[in-house]
Design a protein around this ligand. Structure first.
Ligand code: AVJ
Length: 285
């Protein structure tokens, strides 16, 4: 409250004081250049950078190293959205690969020049979808594709209270439930199945042994389902579940061991203050 009330007036008085000081200076009068860059001034400066006469900005850009970003993504719509969002940045060239992660990474690595360095981004705790052994195997395979000194920025969601974790996967608005049930809807759409979505409920559970959240779809009654394009019929018992996703949760210290066992070393770890989650910088050893 206080800052809100005092900030504008302090700003105004500071500006006023600078203006009067500068204009009353003996000899050369002056005004501090920082005041050129208000909202309108900043927009005008952006236009200046485009002027043919103003070569400075383009020279600066020419001297900077170009960075390539190769999004690897099996969903063409996500890939297109990525290219649209990041395509504006001048110094970043985007070349999308519509492939599974490791195949895409292999293609990128094969196309690199000798002096190029790779920084692989594997964010959002997507690694949590693999069970722990498979996650390590995945890191090992990434390492195999990389050269010594290349880097991997790995996002890992950290263990927190079971209650908070369950709420994250069973939100009040039912968005995660819809996300989970959509898998059955998709099978209906694409494979001509006859899942009755009203006879399934979303379930999130915490698996204590494996330290992971599991999403399940629970059949609320005994029911048969036909999936013509897959050429199967299934009978589900009342209460039986279909396991649809796992999200392993990690301890911050655990990541160092994972790195060591897979041919990396963990050179940096940043843990968010609001939501236990770590960004880990792994360097290929
Ligand atoms: C994108 C796989 C990291 O496991 O937290 C979110 C997916 N599933 N809510 C996760 C997800 C349900 C998410 N990952």
């Amino acid at each position: 409250m206080l800052t809100y009330q005092t900030l504008p007036s302090r700003h105004v008085s500071e500006f006023a004081a600078s203006v009067s000081e500068g204009l009353l200076k003996p000899g050369q009068r002056e005004l501090p250049s920082k005041y050129l860059y208000d909202e309108v001034g900043s927009a005008l400066f952006e236009a200046i950078c485009l002027l043919p006469e103003y070569g400075l900005t383009r020279a600066d850009a020419r001297l900077r190293q170009k960075t390539y970003y190769f999004p690897i993504e099996i969903s063409p719509s996500a890939l297109a959205a990525c290219e649209k969002e990041l395509g504006q940045i001048d110094l970043v060239s985007i070349v999308g690969y519509e492939q599974p992660y490791l195949e895409g990474l292999r293609a990128v690595a094969q196309g690199r020049d000798e002096e190029d360095h790779l920084l692989v981004l594997f964010l959002g705790s997507t690694i949590g979808n693999f069970d722990r052994a498979a996650g390590e195997e995945f890191l090992r395979e990434i390492r195999e594709i990389l050269q010594t000194g290349d880097a991997l920025l790995l996002g890992t969601d950290l263990e927190k209270s079971v209650e908070t974790q369950l709420r994250a996967y069973n939100d009040a608005a039912g968005v995660t439930a819809a996300f989970n049930l959509n898998l059955l809807a998709r099978i209906n759409r694409e494979l001509g199945a006859d899942f009755d979505l009203t006879c399934f409920e979303h379930e999130a559970r915490w698996n204590f042994e494996e330290r992971r959240i599991e999403m399940h779809l629970r059949s609320m009654r005994r029911q048969g389902v036909k999936i013509p394009a897959a050429n199967v019929r299934v009978m589900l018992n009342e209460g039986e579940t279909i396991w649809t996703e796992s999200s392993q949760k990690y301890k911050a210290e655990e990541v160092m061991g994972m790195a060591e066992r897979t041919g990396f070393r963990c050179e940096g770890q940043w843990v968010d203050e609001e939501w236990p989650f770590a960004g880990n910088l792994l360097i290929a050893g």
